[in-house]
Design a binder for this molecule. Structure first.
Ligand code: TXA
Ligand code: MG
Length: 352
């Protein structure tokens, strides 16, 4: 993981202790993970978990990911863990991979949305792990866990910085979250890969930093097949799979790099914010009347790490419309294409 070379901010023990107290008292804590910031509650407290849905404006019944300290804790929340799922845990945890497994009696309906499965992940971020370990100590239970979706309002852009959470949800007493931990920018920048392990084959429900070919390679010796769920396929309720998701408020349009100049000319005098590689921004594209012009990284990891920050900056720029140059093709760009397609569908342009 190239992004892992960038160290997150050092963990502040005083802030962690404050956050653990808030969790123990049934409060909500926003915390950094390597993917995006999560909005967490003690997964054992149904009332606290219910508050997550209120604060996000998320429909009840959408299942939450349960963040655990390690494989042993995951085994407590799941039952009948198949050998290939165990292989994935050992290969990719801690890391940006969520496994959907048959749930144990531990996983309440509040967390699973009433489904017979539970989503589990061990995050690779020292703040997130310190928070989980603190909760385990406070509850005197090594399998204590944090239920958390991304810490954004339902359908909107996921946060990759504490400032994003402060802007969207706010901290008490003015805002809705008891404690917002600031561990710096998330190093992966897009949500975890979700793999459904409840069927005969493994099924990738949401693409992410860990690619299907890496998952297939990891489980090759077990003989299990790996499939990728298509957009139209009926999947368990997974809000990340809704067509309009991760969306800015302004209309967002994906444009082939070669069409960028003509498209900008055609849209004038609208005020535009553009995210495009330097090479596509020559001449007429980089015009003085653009509200914002951001260079798109040509490395997929760097693109993912900065994507949500860029979309937020474009949304806040005063532009009427957002234009994003279609990124390159290739497996390492698939998750980015997925998020951009959904951002386009969920923005005002896609909605009408
Ligand atoms: O990277 C991430 O996964 C971040 C960080 C905070 O861990 N979390 C995140 O959570 O993206 P959320 O709730 O925004 O997206 C989690 C997705 C949702 O689409 C949810 O429906 C799906 O995981 N999910 C959770 N449990 C599931 C289950 N039992 N079956 C199917 N989908 C499930
Ligand atoms: Mg989300």
């Amino acid at each position: 993981m190239q992004g892992a070379l960038r160290e997150p901010a050092p963990v502040d023990g005083v802030q962690i202790a404050r956050a653990v107290d808030a969790l123990l008292q049934g409060g909500l804590v926003a915390f950094p993970t390597e993917t995006v910031y999560g909005l967490g509650a003690d997964a054992a407290q149904a009332d606290a978990v219910a508050r997550i849905f209120d604060v996000k404006g998320r429909p009840r019944g959408h299942p939450l990911i349960v963040h655990v300290a390690g494989i042993a804790a995951a085994q407590v929340w799941a039952r009948d863990v198949p050998p290939h799922a165990r292989v994935l845990m050992e290969r990719f945890w801690p890391g940006p991979l969520t496994l959907i497994l048959p749930r144990s009696a531990r996983a309440s309906d509040a967390v699973t949305g009433g489904q017979d499965s539970v989503g589990l992940r061990v995050p690779a971020n020292p703040w997130a792990l310190a928070l989980i370990h603190g909760l385990c100590a406070g509850r005197n239970d090594p399998a204590a866990a944090i239920a958390a979706p991304s810490a954004n309002r339902f359908g909107r852009i996921s946060p990759t910085r504490a400032a994003h959470v402060r802007a969207d949800l706010g901290e008490k007493p003015q805002g809705a979250v008891d404690v917002i931990l600031d561990g710096g920018a998330s190093i992966v920048g897009i949500e975890s890969t979700i793999v459904d392990c409840t069927g005969g084959a493994l099924r990738v429900l949401r693409p992410g930093f860990i690619r299907p070919d890496e998952i297939a390679a990891a489980v090759a010796s077990t003989g299990v097949a790996v499939t990728v769920a298509s957009d139209d396929e009926e999947a368990p309720r997974a809000s990340g799979r809704l067509k309009g998701h991760y969306a800015p408020r302004k209309p967002l349009e994906l444009v082939a790099p070669a069409d960028l100049g003509p498209r900008i000319a055609a849209l004038r005098p609208a005020r535009l914010a553009v995210l495009a590689p330097e090479a596509a921004m020559a001449g007429s594209v980089r015009a003085p009347d653009l509200a914002l012009c951001l260079p798109a990284p040509d490395d997929a990891d760097a693109y993912a790490r900065t994507l949500y920050d860029h979309l937020r900056a474009m949304d806040a720029s005063g532009a009427d419309r957002l234009l994003v140059a279609v990124p390159p093709a290739g497996a390492q760009w698939d998750a980015i294409h997925d998020r951009l397609r959904r951002a386009q569908a969920g923005s005002d342009a896609g909605a009408d």
